[in-house]
Design a protein around this ligand. Structure first.
Ligand code: ATP
Ligand code: MG
Length: 309
């Protein structure tokens, strides 16, 4: 079973998640390449600290959307969390300050920095950013290489955690406490409109006709446990995993070292197949002898993922 089923869906966003280092960026890049090659205008974005897309595409990508050299229809952007934070402040800072300064006498930075620390703000901003790209219609598809698993999940209960943060954190709260009890306080209004925004975003991302979630894992105990855990949490938040990619699979074991690794992997592959094979389908990527850099190498992963060669 391959990811080819994705080709037939009308989804506008494909997200890749999984624990650190398992091949999320590699799989995302190969998938984005696949769609670009098939003529769909595709944006790949990563929210990693490390500029991994630049490495993989062997081109300077950076925090502005830009065309990937040598591949028609493919665009990329790397937005590290500090850049996300900077943009969040740029977009919402004045609004936050205006609402809060009517109530408390604190410097601009203190208020804005405080609110910007709210849990999930960065993920929320990313989701909002993606949704904006989808709604403005410049791309047929957005492929999102997410941060390692746990972080992605934080966004799912954002509205509740966000409000909790504003209510319970000590510093600004002491002065805001009374203001919160006034129903028409500007900050309360602001929080209400953000909560609606967050709910709009959550609605979009939990609708499987909009978003496909692909979990990447490796055939080892940690990979199996993490997959179970992440899939359960996603299900609790109303998100279905549409595919499972099992990476680093040893195929041709021609020496003792590789035979041992393959023997180690086999029971885990069987476990993953037994657990998910019938419902979500598994796609394997073999462990390759070289690093996956550049379009030619990515094409090899793409062929494995989509089975067209
Ligand atoms: N099947 C494979 N065969 C050989 N090398 C691979 C394979 N898959 C990934 N790699 C290599 O493993 C490293 C990690 O892969 P990748 O960056 O895709 O993981 P990641 O899940 O995005 O990691 P992070 O959580 O740090 O973002 C890269 O150097 C990549 O080239
Ligand atoms: Mg990565």
């Amino acid at each position: 079973m391959t990811l080819a089923g994705l080709d037939r869906s009308e989804r506008r966003v494909v997200m890749f998640g999984g624990k650190g280092g398992v091949g999320k960026t590699t799989s995302s890049a190969a998938t984005a390449l696949h769609y670009a090659l098939s003529g769909r205008r595709t944006l790949i974005m990563t929210s990693d600290y490390t500029p991994s897309l630049s490495d993989i595409f062997e081109a300077q990508i950076g925090p502005r959307e830009r065309a990937v050299p040598g591949v028609d229809n493919l665009f990329a952007i790397e937005i590290a969390p500090d850049e996300v934070m900077r943009r969040w402040k740029e977009k919402f800072g004045p609004e936050v300050y205006e609402a809060a300064s009517a109530l408390v006498d604190l410097p601009y930075d203190e208020i804005v920095d405080y609110v910007a620390m709210a849990p999930g703000i960065q993920e929320e901003f990313m989701l909002d950013y993606i949704l904006e790209r989808v709604r403005e219609g410049r791309y047929d598809l957005v492929v999102w290489d997410t941060a390692p698993a746990g972080d992605t999940l934080r966004l799912l209960d954002l509205p509740r955690r966000f409000i909790e943060h504003l209510r319970t954190a000590p510093r600004v709260y002491v002065e805001l406490r009374d203001a919160f009890s006034l129903s028409r306080a500007p900050l309360t209004e602001l929080i209400k409109s953000w909560t609606e925004l967050a709910e709009d975003v959550t609605r979009f991302f939990t609708d499987p006709s909009n978003v496909g979630f692909i979990l990447v894992t490796i055939p080892e105990a940690l990979g199996v446990y993490q997959t179970r855990r992440v899939r359960r949490s996603l299900a609790e938040h109303g998100i279905d995993v549409s595919h499972l990619v099992v990476n680093h699979v040893v195929l041709d074991a021609e020496c003792d070292f590789l035979r041992q690794r393959r023997d180690m992997q086999e029971p885990y592959i069987r476990m993953l197949e037994a657990e998910y094979g019938a419902t979500i389908g598994l796609t394997q990527i073999p462990l390759l002898p070289y690093e996956i850099k550049g379009v030619d190498r990515l094409r090899e992963v793409e062929r494995r993922l989509f089975g067209d060669g």
